[in-house]
Design a protein. Structure first.
Length: 131
């Protein structure tokens, strides 16, 4: 198999909705090259804002296949449950990549870091003061 030379897959934006709720959803947009290939969005819980591929720093959460397109495209992924508060891994990394063999022109534009909430809102019902 020969490598595709000159491809540039770019993550344009990433955000998360409901990060403190039961089923947070990540939204992302990306630009893929003008030829079809397999594109994946990877999600990591991270201690920093860079993708290190070190499981002690970046914990893989999910990998989702997304369509390749000729131009900008978007995707979303709803996580199966809430994010636990974890001050040692305060970031969600969204990384766009490919399972195909190609030479990326600029790998620095494939990852976006999203800070996650480090607090949890707690509701108290039927509270009373005791003296």
């Amino acid at each position: 198999m020969t490598a595709i030379v000159g491809a540039d897959l770019t993550l344009l934006s990433a955000s998360i909705s409901g990060a403190g709720g039961n089923a947070p959803t990540a939204f992302f947009s990306y630009q893929s090259p003008q030829f079809p290939f397999h594109v994946v969005a990877n999600f990591y819980r991270s201690a920093d804002t860079t993708l290190d591929f070190d499981p002690t720093v970046d914990v893989p959460l999910a990998t989702v296949a997304v369509p390749s397109s000729d131009g900008p495209a978007s995707g979303m992924f709803t996580f199966p449950g809430p994010f636990a508060v974890d001050p040692s891994r305060p970031n969600l990394l969204v990384a766009i990549g490919s399972s195909d063999l190609y030479l990326e022109l600029n790998p620095n534009d494939n990852v976006i870091s999203i800070p996650l909430p480090l607090t949890v809102d707690v509701a108290v019902a039927n509270a009373r003061w005791v003296r």
